[in-house]
Ligand binder design. Structure first.
Ligand code: MLT
Length: 276
């Protein structure tokens, strides 16, 4: 333990054995994982975490950095008695999951990388994040990110899953401007973590919405290729008719991929324990 303050967590599913730890995307919070956790089979436990500055988790004065987010996730779970876990992150949550695998490889028994990427930002994307961070601070509103649902959802979700657009908007409206600014600056500062995957040898599940415009399939394939270099047991699931919010748009398909990841990790742990 390094003395960071605990983050807000929710036991989304009770179960036994290794839990799935579900990390949300930006600018959302743990609520985005509720439907997917609900679709998990009985016995698989899932803990949702609000990342620093999101939902009910505070900022603790640390400078922006996803390494700090990873440290607080780790310390929070260790404080709950969780010795290791299958860490699953959507987009920003995936960046934090990779930071956790980098800093605490023994803690991360399996990795779920959903609608995310391992590479760092290009210069223009980084500049845009700083522009948004400054705007939310200046206006003390979340207006600068309120347009995001249109980019997050697939065309099918916008026209046929009509409740999702206002739902995402309401989640975004409830976030704090200070948290949004901190997370944007933290994401802007993140390094390329492809090398982390290149040496990560536990099971990995990469999941991508067919129409994910923000972390498209090419990014998912890049992560799969990196994980294969370490000899990891890696799967790629494309979620039809979903965009960047696959666990919200098609919870059952993402839950099935995570259940399969859970089984693979359990089998690997079983084999390893018999060898000891
Ligand atoms: C997210 O969904 O977390 C964001 O799209 C991440 C990002 O801005 O890179």
């Amino acid at each position: 333990m390094t003395g960071t303050s605990p983050l807000n967590t929710i036991n989304l599913r009770e179960g036994i054995g290794l839990p799935l730890v579900l990390l949300h995307g930006f600018p959302l919070d743990v609520r985005m994982w509720a439907a997917c956790a609900e679709a998990l089979p009985p016995g698989v436990s899932a803990i949702g975490v609000d990342l620093p500055g999101a939902g009910h988790s505070d900022l603790d004065g640390a400078p922006p950095g996803l390494e700090h987010s990873a440290e607080r996730v780790h310390d929070t779970l260790r404080g709950m008695g969780v010795g290791n876990a299958i860490v699953v992150g959507l987009s920003m949550g995936g960046y934090v999951a990779l930071a956790l695998a980098d800093l605490y490889p023994g803690f991360v028994a399996g990795l779920g990388l959903v609608d995310t990427k391992s590479v760092a930002d290009a210069e223009d994307a980084r500049a845009n994040r700083h522009r948004i961070a400054n705007a939310v601070e200046e206006t003390q509103t979340v207006d600068a990110v309120l347009g995001m649902p249109a980019a997050l959802l697939s065309p099918t979700s916008v026209t046929e899953r009509r409740h999702l657009f206002p739902l995402l908007e309401s989640w975004i409206r409830s976030q704090s401007p200070a948290g949004i600014a901190w997370m944007q600056r933290a994401m802007a500062a993140r390094p390329d973590r492809t090398p982390v995957l290149e040496k990560y040898d536990a099971p990995v599940a990469v999941v991508v919405g067919e129409h994910d415009a923000l972390s498209p399939r090419a990014q998912a394939e890049h992560m799969v290729a990196a994980a294969k270099k370490a000899g990891a047991d890696v799967t790629l699931t494309e979620v039809p008719d979903a965009g960047h919010m696959a666990p919200v748009e098609d919870p059952a398909t993402v839950a099935a991929a995570l259940t399969h990841l859970h089984e693979r990790v359990r089998n690997r742990e079983h084999v390893r324990s018999r060898r000891r």
